[in-house]
Design a protein around this ligand. Structure first.
Ligand code: FMN
Length: 219
């Protein structure tokens, strides 16, 4: 368990090796055991691969390369005014991430390059799209996070890696056209899934020290 938690990273370079469907079924069947408040299990998941994923990547990447600012957001990716310490953590992770992807900080094409890498799902052969019913509130969004972390840890047990991607919400209408999600569903994020590309430097994103986020009260 510690190994799965420690080795899970947002991988941004996948090989094109296909992921067997029975492995995905095993992971997603086990992940049904994830907890949720009141046992609502509020997640709706679409597993996209093959030609439908290729078509989605083509359409989303065309939008990214055209500089399309994306569909109207259904929830904000981040609070409008991020302040320290969150802003510092955000900036440090962004700098590390794009340096690892070889995108220079002052490259004017940086936003388009980032969007295009995301819309290619970093080369992953499978993307899971997680939706919630529009009527659900913050508690159920928390449940969906627990569910997706359960999925991502189980993927490690299968030798697979993942990258959760809120960026897909920019192209949520294109995603919905491909998966056929109805209007009552809100796209939370996509999770790219696959085997890691060999020979790509591994990014280990920093973390705040535990003492910044955890207080022990009592003995
Ligand atoms: C809900 C969620 C959405 C995310 N969206 C993106 C994304 O759109 N693109 C991306 O490259 N990484 C995305 N990430 C990955 C985070 O950047 C990453 O988890 C964080 O920097 C910590 O790095 P690590 O997961 O490699 O330890 C997302 C993570 C989560 C949990």
């Amino acid at each position: 368990m510690y190994e799965a938690v420690d080795s899970r990273r947002a991988v941004r370079a996948f090989s094109d090796e296909p992921v067997p469907k029975y492995v995905l079924e095993r992971v997603l069947a086990a992940a049904t055991r994830a907890p949720s408040s009141g046992n609502l299990q509020p997640w709706h998941v679409y597993v996209v691969s093959g030609e439908p994923l290729a078509e989605l990547k083509r359409r989303a990447t065309a939008r990214a390369l055209a500089g399309d600012p994306g569909d109207e957001r259904e929830y904000p990716m981040y609070p409008a005014e991020l302040a320290p310490p969150y802003l510092d953590r955000f900036s440090a992770a962004a700098a590390q991430r794009y340096e690892a992807l070889g995108i220079e900080r002052d490259d004017p094409a940086r936003p388009v390059k980032i969007a295009a890498l995301n819309s290619e799902a970093f080369g992953a052969p499978v993307v899971l799209f997680c939706y919630l019913d529009r009527m659900m509130g913050p508690g159920q969004w928390g449940d969906a996070g627990m569910y997706l972390q359960t999925v991502m840890l189980l993927l490690r047990a299968e030798g697979l890696h993942s990258c959760p991607q809120v960026m897909w919400t920019m192209y949520r209408e294109t995603v919905s056209q491909i998966v056929g999600a109805d209007d009552e569903l809100v796209l939370f994020c996509g999770v790219s899934v696959g085997f890691e590309e060999e020979g790509v430097p591994r990014l280990r994103t920093g973390r705040a020290d535990m003492t910044e986020t955890v207080r022990f009260i009592g003995a």
